[in-house]
Write a protein that binds this ligand. Structure first.
Ligand SMILES: Cc1cc2nc3c(=O)[nH]c(=O)nc-3n(C[C@H](O)[C@H](O)[C@H](O)COP(=O)(O)OP(=O)(O)OC[C@H]3O[C@@H](n4cnc5c(N)ncnc54)[C@H](O)[C@@H]3O)c2cc1C
Length: 430
């Protein structure tokens, strides 16, 4: 079976989502400054009714299995949905599939106790609270083996000390999932554990909320200090020393979900580029008549379609194998390709818009800044290229002889020997 079509029933849902996002969700970004701010009365008046419409339509948190209140649609259908949501940054909140909450829900579902699920998972799935994944530290991000934030058991409580950097959405989160060293004497990948910390726990100190790019003073990436933070022993998520295994559960899905949304954002940039090209005149003709502009349009389409197929095929493999380890190389390929695709397409769209393109009146600078975000968050591009390369190289076999197995002289010799009778019959010399 080899099929590129969406089934008509789901296509009808996607058509509904396209109209709904354009008409009901997109305008909200101009009246709601922080979509996660549950204390904003405008946000509270406008977002929950839309979330209810999504729930009524059966499209809320569809990536989750029915046991968690979702539809269990899997990754391919989620990809097709996320392509639409990706063009509007607040849309995933309205559909209950935003990062980092979707990944955090995934690990709570996998490793949480009944109490964790009742207290944290259910309200998260209902869209009533937000969460934060607190892993990166000021002195080390790409290599988690550099982390030093520690938790020591004192009676029946963990006591946490250390600093975390770029803990996104901590200021709006009800709880943090913190990666901490609990087994300092174990092997490097068994030293750390995950612990749930309610944000109001004494000793959790947000030193500042860091923004990124231009004009993002009011940031959402927290620099946090944990000062003798005490939580119950039961707040351990997964086993002691299992943080790396737990983290992989959320990061695999998280990376591909970002890629699905990136398809939507890059497509929006391409559409804007085309609209501008057929609207703006210079030297007596439309920009769309200039071959160098046509090249930008064509290159962007090629970039986008190649990337989209890679994302969809990887999503299909996740659904098919149900094993993130088996698709690790594929996800790393998607992750490594993603920033470049968005960066190139958004940059061309900016260029075609001229001076207007660089202003804050258009979204291109934000998209380009987002491309850098995608090249860092959930691991930098370099690390993912290495992961992919290692996967591919682990499947390669060394040759026994001096020359490659594809060396033409040897191949020719073998072919001549194989067809010696025919060649002799035709009177062709070997
Ligand atoms: C928008 C955004 C949101 C984020 N949200 C969160 C969050 O919610 N929670 C959280 O814990 N963290 C979060 N992060 C942090 C993110 O996980 C780290 O930025 C990432 O792991 C890289 O770590 P670092 O920034 O310390 O870079 P470093 O580790 O200092 O690396 C710097 C650079 O060194 C190079 N490099 C690193 N390793 C290698 C290698 N093996 N081979 C070759 N070159 C290499 C790469 O060019 C890399 O960009 C977020 C980051 C961003 C940008």
């Amino acid at each position: 079976m080899w099929d590129f079509e969406t089934d008509p029933e789901y296509q009808a849902d996607l058509d509904w989502v396209t109209d709904f996002v354009r008409e009901e969700v997109e305008p909200l970004q101009y009246v709601i400054p922080h979509v996660l701010d549950l204390d904003d009365p405008v946000r509270q008046a406008l977002i929950p009714p839309l979330q209810q419409q999504v729930k009524d339509r059966g499209l809320w948190a569809t990536h989750l299995g029915p046991d968690l209140g979702g539809k269990g649609h899997g990754q391919v259908k989620l990809a097709l949905l996320n392509e639409i949501l990706g063009a509007v940054p607040i849309a995933p909140i309205v559909f209950g599939c935003q990062a980092p909450d979707s990944g955090n829900a995934e690990i709570l579902a996998h490793y949480g106790t009944a109490e964790h699920k009742r207290t944290y998972l259910q309200p998260l799935l209902d869209g009533n609270i937000f969460s934060c994944f607190s892993m990166t530290e000021p002195q080390g991000g790409s290599d988690p083996k550099e982390f030093t934030t520690s938790a020591v058991l004192d009676g029946d409580e963990w006591v946490i000390n250390g600093e975390k950097w770029f803990s996104s959405n901590a200021r709006y989160a009800e709880f943090l999932i913190v990666m901490v060293v609990t087994e300092p004497d174990a092997a490097p990948y068994q030293q750390q554990s995950m612990i749930i910390v309610p944000i109001t726990t004494p000793g959790v100190e947000i030193l500042r909320n860091v923004g990124h790019g231009f004009g993002d003073q009011d940031g959402t990436h927290a620099y946090i200090r944990y000062n003798d933070v005490r939580v119950a022993q039961e707040n351990l998520l997964g086993g002691r020393g299992e943080a790396f295994v737990v983290a992989q559960t959320r990061l695999g899905g998280g990376r591909i979900h970002h890629a699905m949304r990136t398809v939507g954002m890059a497509r929006a940039a391409l559409e804007m580029m085309c609209e501008r090209a057929v609207s703006r005149r210079t030297q007596g003709e439309l920009l769309s008549k200039k071959q160098l502009v046509q090249e930008m349009v064509a290159e962007s389409w090629i970039d986008l379609e190649q990337f989209r197929l890679l994302v969809l095929q990887t999503a299909w493999k996740i659904d098919r194998y149900q094993d993130y380890k088996r698709v690790r190389g594929d996800i790393s390929a998607v992750k490594a390709a993603m920033p470049g695709v968005l960066h190139r397409i958004a940059s061309r769209a900016l260029q075609v818009h001229g001076s207007l393109g660089i202003t804050e009146e258009m979204p291109f600078m934000g998209m380009i800044s987002n491309a850098y975000h995608l090249g860092l968050a959930d691991g930098p591009t370099e690390v993912h290229k290495v992961t992919l390369a290692r996967t591919l190289l682990s499947q390669a076999t060394p040759t026994e002889g001096l020359f490659p197995t594809t060396h033409r002289p040897a191949a020719r010799e073998a072919a001549v020997a194989k067809y010696a009778d025919v060649l002799a019959h035709a009177g062709r010399p070997a």
